[in-house]
Design a protein around this ligand. Structure first.
Ligand code: HEM
Length: 490
């Protein structure tokens, strides 16, 4: 036999042996399809729509199964019961962050999204408190969102009711809310610094959902040895961080500890309070990364939801008209909508929930990891194993939401038209890692959409029947097709 063939055979045997050892080693992992050497179960997963492949596999292996992404075992949890049992009932055990090599290279374990342990707990708790207005000085978060909603309406007015693609304008508003929270002030939509920031964020969001980056995340060796778009993510990340550092230096010069203006000031004050603690997590590195995380996690998510939301409202003009009737009745034409209005607006509340349920923005959540060897059902999952939770399987559950593939605000209304809460509403995930920006994002979605519908009638450029709402990408995120609409002032 040729020496090369012998070598290939030996290598394959070694790989199979190592996979077999991993599967039957320390833990008792759930069952799953047999993996191939090196590529694992990649061939069984449609890269275009992973959550659909997971759904198919759950029909064969049940709600808890193991898949190999490359050589790495990943436990998949499918359906409300399994997701809730892990993320909520065993919250501490399932609160680790699973590896995501490309963005991890940029953040090096600092900040919130990719940190773990004590660092994650402390920076997360601080960020949550700050985003809930504790210590943020005189201006509330709601005030900042309302200001942006008014500016958004002015920008939309400039389109003069002619057909436009709303992507850019709807991208500016959520980014500006984060600017106001982190950097004190919003920017004009034409400001060059603002446009640069938006460009870096958009480019990174697009590259991170590309198939190449999915490959790099499963085969981390590619990141170091191959050229490719993942290097651009790292470069853009470094540019954004230099900008944030520059802003931190400006803040340090004008800091008044009795009058914090924004997130950076609050963090700098905490750093000052802990300056004698050698183990303190309140360091410049964690401040830069936490600010970066909030920008990255809080911009494209909210703007894509708004963009997808308007697409659904032009597809279903009867839903938009009913929401407008409620707005007219509760708020009228002139007063700025505020969060107190929401409790008197069950229909609008249901519309916003249904938009988030229907679009299923992050179908397979961010990867989690177990923080210790964990007994789950009849299995033993070794510490550090990656956990993938299908949020799709919860948001599209057909017992909780009859006809889950149909956009129907009735999914969140009872027979008398009151708002009906659902434990299955998990677009922000659940448990200890639940989105830090949930409160902020829900405020933005309610205030932006209500303000838009208060001031404009939305008009499709094609017959609503022909508006296609199928996502064009359903990888890490679900993205709507590109479209145009007219904002007709009321
Ligand atoms: C519609 C808008 C949004 C959606 C659908 C969304 C969804 C999510 C999801 C699914 C996760 C992963 C949770 C997990 O690991 O289990 C997450 C994490 C996170 N989100 Fe959001 N998000 C949105 C807006 C925001 C905003 C506005 C911010 C800004 C503050 C934000 C900041 C974060 C952060 C910092 C994390 C990491 C949390 C951690 O690892 O502890 N998100 N988000």
């Amino acid at each position: 036999m040729e020496p090369v063939v012998v070598l290939v055979l030996c290598l394959s045997c070694l790989l199979l042996l190592s996979l077999w050892k991993q599967r039957s080693g320390k833990g008792k992992l759930p069952p799953g399809p047999t993996p191939l050497p090196i590529i694992g179960n990649m061939l069984q997963l449609g890269v275009k729509d992973i959550s659909k492949s997971l759904s198919k596999l759950s029909k064969v292996y049940g709600p808890v199964f193991t898949l190999y992404f490359g050589m790495k075992p990943t436990v998949v949890l499918h359906g409300y019961e399994a997701v809730k049992e892990a993320l909520i009932d065993l919250g501490e055990e399932f609160s680790g962050r699973g590896s995501f090599p490309v963005p991890e290279r940029a953040n090096k374990g600092h900040g919130i999204v990719f940190s773990n342990g004590k660092r994650w707990k402390e920076i997360r708790r601080f960020s949550l408190m700050t985003l809930r207005n504790f210590g943020m000085g005189k201006r509330s978060i709601e005030d900042r969102v309302q200001e942006e909603a008014r500016c958004l309406v002015e920008e939309l007015r400039k389109t003069n009711a002619s057909p436009c693609n709303p992507t850019f304008i709807l991208g500016c508003a959520p980014c500006n809310v984060i600017c106001s929270i982190i950097l004190q002030n919003r920017f004009d939509y034409k400001d060059q610094n603002f446009l640069n920031l938006l460009e870096l964020l958009n480019e990174n969001a697009n590259i991170l959902s590309s198939q190449w980056v999915q490959i790099c995340n499963n085969f981390p060796a590619f990141i170091d040895y191959f050229p490719g778009s993942h290097n651009k993510v790292l470069k853009n990340g470094a540019n954004m961080k230099s900008y944030i550092l520059e802003k931190i230096k400006e803040h340090q010069k004008s800091l008044d500890i009795n009058n914090p203006r924004d997130f950076i000031d609050c963090f700098l004050i905490k750093m000052e309070q802990e300056k004698h603690n050698q183990q303190s997590e309140f360091t410049i590195e964690n401040l830069i990364s936490a600010a970066f995380d909030i920008f990255a996690a809080g911009t494209a998510t909210t703007s894509t939801t708004l963009r997808y939301g308007l697409l659904l409202l032009i597809k279903y003009p009867e839903v938009a008209a009913k929401a407008q009737e409620e707005i007219d009745h509760v708020i009228g034409r002139y007063r700025s909508p505020c969060m107190q209005d929401r409790s008197h607006m069950p229909y609008m509340d249901a519309v916003v929930h249904e938009i988030q349920r229907y679009i299923d923005l992050i179908p397979t959540n961010l990867p989690h990891a177990v923080t210790r060897d964990t007994k789950f059902r009849n299995y033993l999952i070794p510490k550090g194993t990656t956990i993938l939770t299908s949020l799709s399987s919860v948001l599209q559950d057909d017992k909780e939401f009859p006809n889950p593939g149909v956009f129907d605000p009735g999914h969140f209304l009872d027979e008398s038209g009151n708002f009906k809460k659902s434990d299955y509403f998990m677009p922000f995930s659940a448990g200890k890692r639940i989105c830090v920006g949930e409160g902020l994002a829900r405020m933005e979605l309610f205030l932006f959409l209500t303000t838009i519908l208060q001031k404009f009638t939305l008009k499709s450029v094609v017959d609503p029947k022909d508006v296609d709402t199928t996502p064009v990408v359903r990888g890490f995120a679900s993205l709507p097709p590109s479209y145009q609409l007219c904002f007709i002032p009321v």
